[in-house]
Ligand binder design. Structure first.
Ligand code: ATP
Ligand code: MG
Length: 566
């Protein structure tokens, strides 16, 4: 491809709303342009990279027996209503205004299940792995990270249909291995975390994450044993509060200026272990009083999984007064005026000698014994982990890192097949819902994550798998040196004829502009044809990632390329 005829609008500076490296570099290298918030056009160079990603995804999906579909992005809303996901998706789903009854698909579990219901009737029809590589539409609030979070983006989504849970496990493992191959072959550094399955519902789920300051997810990782989990469900090994030697009866004391745990600690010379912080949540419209130790933070996702609902929210001030006759900072486990479910974090299990609110503004109780004085209905792991806490597997210190989700694998089970009535008959003629899995990878996210991990001050650094071209042939000073133009053309033709993907910078721009563009675009091997070298039958080879340069005979070029790309 001759660069003089190829549309690569590189930029010296990115627009000021581009904040993260991948966004900045994708704009500067002329890969994409933003059309509107969260909506991107892929320009020729960017689209070439995108097609390379898609090829790799297709190769690995085909290798595990996947069959490629292409499902419509425009979906009848009633199928989505039957699974309750119009409500669950809320504003994320785009609704069509001038054609009622249609929505733009944010994912495709429903449509897959719809087709399975029509044709997958017997255990003999399974297993199936169905996949597609197609656009998804999600009305993401305030997308600000470039193609990492688009309102329209391309996903490789696959779905497994099985007659048994053993079958599902196998389909899931196929995907897990395929995902590892995909990310390894691209050269991405990633880790796998157990995850909460959020609005999707279902059983086991894991996410493939890339550590990055640009990430919107938070994970706890252990560098020693490899434990990694999404912050939403991560656990750590922390000391329980336990019991102290004391039979003292609980006793009210005035705390007019202590609304927070820290104020209590400072004013009354307490430790965090002595404080049972009350938190009130409304879970499916009923209040739940929750106790955490000291400043330990309650984790809403853990609460959701305990109560098996995503309808949880902190109680409002007027609700606290209604249920407790007191406000935040004065709530506690004794003398609760209404019948309310009370749960506590495992760290407080059976503890005593505690201080907590008296359900009377401006007062607390001390010497509270959770066994003797309170009716704690249940203890659960409700804590959010913090950096430095001990890994519950190996005891080393956990790191808490920002990360980007690249892919997600779910064991859905029968949630969708039950909701949509997709049943099959087993060998004995009994009817069961189809057992499903769902597996997604964001195509643009792969590109952006790759760039987040592979760039320097000059630009992007591609490796073999995704590079848009294998060789950047850079010709210099053609107008002054017709010989250089002629030899560069000859090298270009020879390499292209031999099947190499060559970007040939035959523009009339200055060497400086050409070198800057080449480093910005980041093709792994640059071959520089300048008049001096050419007059001696030589060219300069520059390896982008380590800036290694060598002057070689023109005849050696192909050998060097074969060596680099073997
Ligand atoms: P996130 O938590 O980042 O919103 P998600 O849990 O909604 O992701 P899934 O529904 O599991 O994502 O989608 C599968 C994959 O699709 C994700 O792992 C990610 O790579 C990609 N993806 C999801 N949302 C977007 C988006 N708005 N833009 C680009 N890629 C996305
Ligand atoms: Mg999302």
């Amino acid at each position: 491809m001759k660069q003089s005829k190829y549309f690569i609008p590189t930029l010296k500076e990115a627009p000021s709303d581009a904040l993260i490296p991948s966004h900045i570099l994708m704009l500067r290298a002329g890969l994409v342009r933003q059309l509107a918030s969260g909506i991107f056009s892929f320009l020729p160079l960017g689209y070439k990279i995108k097609k390379k990603v898609i090829e790799i995804l297709r190769r690995e999906m085909d290798a595990i027996g996947g069959q490629e579909f292409l499902l419509p992005a425009l979906n009848p809303i009633d199928i989505w209503e039957q699974t309750g996901r119009v409500e669950a998706m809320g504003d994320v789903m785009f609704h069509i205004k001038n054609r009622e009854g249609l929505v733009l698909a944010p994912t495709h579990e429903e449509i897959i299940t719809y087709h399975a219901r029509q044709h997958v009737k017997s255990y003999r029809d399974m297993p199936q792995i169905w996949y597609q590589i197609q656009n998804k539409f999600r009305n993401e609030p305030r997308p600000k990270s470039g193609v990492l979070r688009g309102r329209q983006f391309t996903m490789k989504d696959s779905y497994s249909l099985d007659a048994t849970f053993e079958g599902l496990n196998e389909s899931y493992e196929f995907h897990r291995t395929a995902y590892q191959k995909i990310f390894d072959s691209i050269g991405l550094k990633y880790f796998i975390v157990s995850a909460s399955s959020g609005a999707m519902g279902g059983r086991q789920s894991e996410e493939f994450m890339v550590e990055s300051d640009s990430g919107e997810d938070t994970c706890a990782v252990c560098d020693d044993c490899g434990y990694a989990a999404n912050f939403e469900i991560a656990t750590s090994d922390v000391e329980p509060v336990g019991r102290i030697q004391s039979d003292d009866h609980y006793e009210e004391f005035a705390t007019p200026n202590a609304k927070t745990i820290n104020e209590l600690i400072v004013q009354f010379n307490l430790t965090e272990d002595q404080c049972a912080k009350s938190v009130v949540y409304i879970v499916d419209s009923a209040p739940v009083l929750i106790f955490m130790r000291g400043n330990d933070e309650m984790n809403e996702t853990k609460l959701q999984s305990i109560f098996k609902t995503n309808q949880v929210r902190p109680a409002e001030a007027d609700e606290l007064v209604k249920y407790f006759g007191a406000s935040t900072g004065s709530l506690g486990p004794i003398n609760i005026p209404t019948k309310i479910k009370v749960i506590a974090d495992l760290r407080l299990k059976d503890a005593n000698g505690l201080v907590s609110g008296a359900n009377k503004d401006g007062y607390h109780f001390k010497n509270i014994d959770f066994i003797r004085d309170c009716n704690i209905n249940e203890y659960h792991d409700l804590r959010t982990v913090s950096a430095g806490e001990k890994c519950s597997k190996c005891g080393s210190a956990l790191r808490v890192v920002k990360a980007i989700e690249l892919g997600h694998i779910f064991k859905l089970g029968t949630k969708y097949s039950e909701a949509l009535g997709a049943h099959f008959l087993d060998a004995a003629g009994a009817e069961h819902p189809i057992i499903m899995g769902s597996y997604g990878i964001g195509v643009e996210r792969i590109i952006a994550c790759y760039i987040e991990q592979n760039y320097d001050d000059h630009g992007i650094i591609w490796k073999k798998a995704l590079t848009p071209f294998q060789v950047h042939l850079i010709g210099l000073n053609f107008t002054k040196s017709p010989e250089t133009a002629e030899v560069s053309e000859r090298i270009y033709k020879r390499l292209t004829d031999a099947g190499w993907e060559v970007l040939f910078d035959d523009r009339t721009d200055s060497p400086g502009i050409k070198f800057n563009d080449a480093d910005l675009i980041g093709i792994p091997v640059q071959i520089i044809c300048g008049p001096k070298n050419i007059s001696q039958g030589k060219v300069e080879v520059k390896i982008r990632h380590n800036n290694e340069r060598s002057t070689v005979d023109e005849a050696e070029i192909e050998l060097i390329l074969s060596e680099f790309y073997k």
